[in-house]
Design a protein. Structure first.
Length: 343
């Protein structure tokens, strides 16, 4: 896809086809069915199309505001999702994952974002993004032109070069990353539609944030034209993929470790570092999310709560009920009643 490099590329796109992309003040999109997903892709006016994995019902909530140069996103999803760009553009996205994980695939390889590792990924060569079940994140998408407006008066070409030299993944424990995350949360809280003067302060905040981003983000030691997912990230991704593929079947740690090419102890250590949970905790929560989706689905109206729970590996109702309530703050029967009222 050709890249439109004109200064007002996104604005011009909005004028040509507002269904593909348009500036929007704070909006909320809740996608809970394939139909809602399709309508949002057709009319939502954002730069990517959403899809879901396998036969899972979508459960995605997006709270966002977007302009031609600076967009903010809070995304939560119990189902997980896949996104693909609608067009090429000179944009970069910084994403702070707060739960689950996300994998970016471009022509250079892959990058993995987790609660301990934040990501900075260019839009131009992006092919696909996959978010796991139980995913949540806060993100900002910034135009290269906006980065060029930082206080050092970097040219657009220099800003693009600076971004290309940036490492795709950075540890969140670094002080600069912590400060960047704090700044993004503050910007999000004062985005248009929430703060009465948001449209006046956003340009200044954008300039400060752009400078902070390019100053704090680590650079690659040397250019890496064909960077790939590092070994720890690859093994965790392999473990996650194995879990998702066998979620309705018996799962054991030795089997997961074997699929990832790790010992059981290494699997537990790397998984906890990357995902913020043990493998067992992740499996339980993922199965509870599938139960939650099935309870809300019309396709399962004839199945009892116990049958749905057993389908996802919960044999003892005395154990299942409290676990479900801890995750969702309500009993499974309350979720079922909510679904019945909507039909």
């Amino acid at each position: 896809m050709p890249v439109d490099r004109t200064p007002c590329a996104m604005t011009r796109l909005a004028q040509r086809d507002p269904s593909a992309w348009r500036a929007q003040e704070r909006f909320v999109a809740r996608l809970g069915s394939p139909r809602q997903l399709q309508v949002f892709n057709d009319r939502g006016g954002i730069a990517v199309n959403f899809d879901i994995m396998r036969s899972v019902m979508p459960d995605i909530t997006i709270v966002a505001s977007q302009s031609a140069s600076f967009s903010l996103w809070e995304t939560t999803s119990s189902s997980g999702f896949i996104t693909k760009p609608k067009f090429n553009a000179e944009l970069v996205t910084i994403r702070f994952v707060t739960n689950g994980c996300i994998t970016y695939r471009d022509r250079s390889g892959e990058a993995l974002g987790t609660p301990t590792h934040t990501t900075l990924v260019g839009f131009e060569d992006l092919r696909e993004v996959r978010a796991s079940a139980g995913f949540s994140a806060l993100s900002a998408t910034i135009s290269v032109e906006a980065l060029a407006a930082r206080p050092t008066k970097l040219s657009r070409a220099a800003a693009a070069t600076d971004c290309s030299r940036s490492a795709p993944v950075a540890e969140l424990t670094a002080p600069g990353m912590q400060a960047l995350f704090c700044s993004l949360r503050q910007i999000y809280a004062q985005s248009p539609g929430v703060h009465p003067h948001g449209d006046l302060i956003i340009p200044l905040i954008r300039e400060i944030f752009s400078y902070q981003l390019l100053s704090a983000w680590p650079k690659r030691d040397t250019p890496v034209p064909h960077a790939t997912l590092d070994a720890p990230a690859r093994t965790v991704r392999a473990a996650l993929d194995y879990i998702e593929a066998h979620l309705s079947a018996p799962l054991t740690l030795p089997d997961i470790a074997a699929a990832a090419g790790l010992s059981v102890r290494s699997l537990q250590d790397k998984f906890r570092q990357a995902v913020g949970q043990t493998p067992v905790q992740y499996i339980i929560d993922s199965r509870l999310r599938r139960v939650h989706q099935d309870l809300l689905s019309d396709n399962n109206a004839m199945h009892s709560i116990a049958e749905i729970a057993v389908r996802w590996g919960f044999v003892h109702m005395s154990d299942f009920g409290p676990r479900y309530r801890r995750l969702y703050g309500r009993a499974p029967s309350e979720t079922r009643r909510d679904a019945d009222r909507r039909t």
